[in-house]
Design a protein around this ligand. Structure first.
Ligand code: GLU
Length: 312
């Protein structure tokens, strides 16, 4: 095999959580991140985010990896598995503790039931344990003190600004069940993998300020961010395991890839849906432009039928 010449320091990645098989929404994130890395002559890494063991579905990681291979995706280097990385997350938490940025929290979910809401609709932490655990309480989770305003310019969604205390509140980095939170794990892994560009679904746009905040506290560089529209079903709900999103059809990769390219505003010729998948990749690698991705948070997933790509 000939290894392509890499002339840039761009490092992108796709980081699925194995909570179910690859569905159209995750295919869009895989495709957008892979094509942008190719366009920038960079590397594209694969990381399986299987740290959240209670939510991980047995067999889903293998199924995602097999589907990606079948669809013609080719990642650089070894796959990173989050379940092997708890030492790295513990070391980052130790640094946050040493810097006085985190505190142990003994509150239960029920105790927070009448606190206000954060921007994402979750309960905003009322600050009960911020200055020390109340007497007789044991630490359950570890939280980061949310302070300051984070601003960034997303390559697809434009400028964003978040006042951490008002919009998010002190957030969890190690959960009461001992699992390191996604926000911390993703920051540690993006740093250690040398990721320079994060291209992913807009459902994670609201996590970005927290991730930048953690990068700042740990003294790590900030990657550039591009959040792609999230695919919705006919009822307008995000495609996910909860909305029973169907797995992509592994028997017709070209068809699903054409739908994903159309969704991302790339106008693929419909004939590619019936062509060998290699032909589709050749077209996509030449034609992909991040600038053509619609500046939307949510978009209905298109359907391919009778030789047309149709938006429901
Ligand atoms: N594992 C996350 C998910 O599947 C994505 C993480 C990321 O791209 O930052 O939703």
């Amino acid at each position: 095999m000939i290894t392509p010449l890499r002339s840039s320091s761009y490092v992108g990645r796709f980081a699925p959580s194995p909570t179910g098989p690859l569905h159209f929404g995750s295919l869009v994130a895989a495709l957008g991140s892979a094509l942008e890395a190719h366009r920038q002559q960079g590397q594209w890494l694969l990381r399986i985010e299987d740290i959240d063991t209670p939510r991980t579905e047995p067999g889903a990681a293998d199924s995602i990896v097999r589907t990606l291979e079948r669809f013609g995706f080719a990642w650089d280097g070894e796959i990173m598995w989050q379940r092997h990385r708890t030492d790295a997350y513990a070391a980052a938490l130790a640094r946050l503790k040493a810097g006085g940025h985190v505190f142990p929290c003994g509150c239960t979910r029920r105790e927070m039931a009448d606190s206000g809401f954060a921007r994402d609709g979750s309960r905003r932490y009322p600050g009960t344990c911020r200055h020390g655990l109340p007497p007789g309480r044991a630490a359950r989770a570890w939280r980061v003190k949310a302070e300051g305003t984070i601003t960034f310019v997303d390559a697809v969604q434009g400028p964003r600004s978040e006042d951490l205390a008002r919009d998010v509140g002190d957030y969890v980095v190690r959960r009461a069940d001992g699992v390191f939170a996604y926000q911390l794990a993703v920051v540690v892994d993006d740093f250690e993998q040398g990721v320079t560009h994060v291209v992913r679904g807009a459902d994670l746009l609201g996590s970005t300020a927290r991730q930048i905040h953690l990068q700042n506290l740990l003294g790590w560089p900030r990657p550039a961010y591009a959040h792609l529209p999230v695919a919705t079903n006919a009822a307008g709900e995000k495609l996910s395991k909860q909305t029973l999103a169907r797995a992509v059809d592994a028997d017709s990769p070209a068809r699903a890839l054409v739908a994903a390219l159309a969704f991302l505003g790339q106008n693929p010729p419909i004939e590619l849906a019936a062509a060998p998948v290699g032909e589709l990749w050749t077209w996509a690698r030449e034609q992909w432009r991040l600038e053509n991705v619609p500046h939307a948070l949510l978009l209905p997933a298109p359907e391919i039928s009778a030789g047309t790509v149709r938006r429901p």
